[in-house]
Ligand binder design. Structure first.
Ligand code: SAM
Length: 341
């Protein structure tokens, strides 16, 4: 690879512009795949800069589309670029780029939602969890319609150190709708604070990067777009199983503007809801009249531990799900009478 000293960018041979490629290959954006393309390499360079140095790194780009971000990844000196794209229409443009690139490019047709990255990267880049993050990055201008399920799935993978995270604390640099990005990084008491903020911040150090104006995309989305960086934490703030934390956080934040006691009670079936809800509040030492947005992660941790303590006494309670129970609350009590007493 030819590297210019001034920029330490790798040079790519002249390629048709992304705009021309879109026209040439008739790559009309498909709404059902939430396609909005970036065309300006100055912007994609800035986006990729958000990942920090990727020189010599293995980079997996999710949803490369026509490849503008990919070009910036190559220019920044990645050693190997792995592309996961669902839409077959982009294969010719990506192949064109792979032929011109001075580094290895692997093009994979697949759905990032179910993609197994367990063996995707090289053994020499594998690191122990407590070491510095490996020289492996996941970067993507993700489809907005998969943002929530994908990030929740990846946080679960981070919590179990599986999928890409069996290589260590692999960092993510992702774009989201600005509003979604603000929720990922929202601190306690901020109006944007929600389930997503707690989940992201429990397993990752999350930081808000640059904002990209909607006008930079084709077609232009109605909202601005922001880049968020995730670095998995060595130790999660609440060291409990993902499913337990997810359930508690989802239930507590369901009534975001209501008092915590309401949401916490919904962790339990009737007729023990009130009694056990109060027990959680007491065990966790939180104020019943506080609102979910006021809760710090350690306070949420105490709620999780209190919930666990109560469910360990009566494991059937673990199965209770407020949204799905629909009048079958008694099924989740081992001995309803004794619980009420
Ligand atoms: N990265 C390109 C850019 O910035 O110009 C395209 C961004 S566009 C918002 C999202 C891309 O993700 C599209 O290329 C789309 O086909 C692809 N995509 C959508 N859903 C996907 C999925 N589940 N798995 C993999 N790729 C997907």
């Amino acid at each position: 690879a030819q590297i210019s000293r001034a920029t330490s960018y790798v040079r790519l041979p002249p390629l048709p512009s992304i705009k021309d490629l879109i026209r040439l290959y008739k790559l009309r954006a498909l709404r059902q795949l939430s396609q909005n393309f970036l065309l300006d390499e100055r912007i994609t360079n800035k986006l990729v800069n958000q990942a920090g140095s990727i020189k010599g790194a293995e980079v997996c780009e999710v949803g490369p589309g026509p490849g503008c971000i990919t070009r910036s990844i190559i220019r920044k000196g990645a050693e190997k670029v792995i592309l996961i794209e669902k839409d077959l229409r982009f294969m010719p443009t990506l192949k064109l780029l792979a032929e011109a690139a001075p580094c290895e490019i692997k093009i994979l047709h697949g759905d990032v939602m179910s993609f197994n990255m367990e063996n995707l990267f090289s053994e020499e880049n594998r690191r122990n969890w407590l070491e510095e993050p490996p020289n492996i990055h996941i970067i993507g201008n993700l489809p907005f319609n998969v943002s929530t399920p994908l990030i929740i799935r990846w946080l679960k993978d981070i919590s179990y150190r599986q999928n890409a995270w069996n290589y260590g604390r692999v960092r993510l640099t992702l774009t989201f709708q600005k509003e979604f990005a603000e929720r990922c990084v929202a601190k306690v008491e901020s109006p944007e604070r929600c389930r997503l903020s707690v989940m992201c911040q429990n397993w990752c150090s999350v930081s808000y990067g640059l904002t990209i104006p909607g006008a930079a995309f084709l077609p232009r989305p109605k909202v601005d777009v922001s880049v968020v960086r995730f670095t998995p934490l060595k130790y999660p703030l609440i060291p409990l199983p993902f499913e337990l934390i997810e359930k508690v956080v989802r239930t507590v934040f369901a009534g975001k503007k209501k008092y915590c006691i309401n949401g916490i009670g919904n962790l339990f079936p009737q007729p023990v809801r009130e009694k056990l809800g109060e027990e959680v509040i007491n065990l966790a030492e939180i104020k019943p009249e506080c609102r979910p947005v006021d809760l710090t992660v350690p306070e949420i941790g105490r709620i999780c531990y209190a919930y666990k303590e109560i469910c360990d006494r009566n494991p059937k309670l673990y199965k209770y799900n407020h949204r799905q129970a629909k009048g079958k609350d008694a099924d989740f009590l081992e001995d309803p009478d004794s619980e009420v007493d």
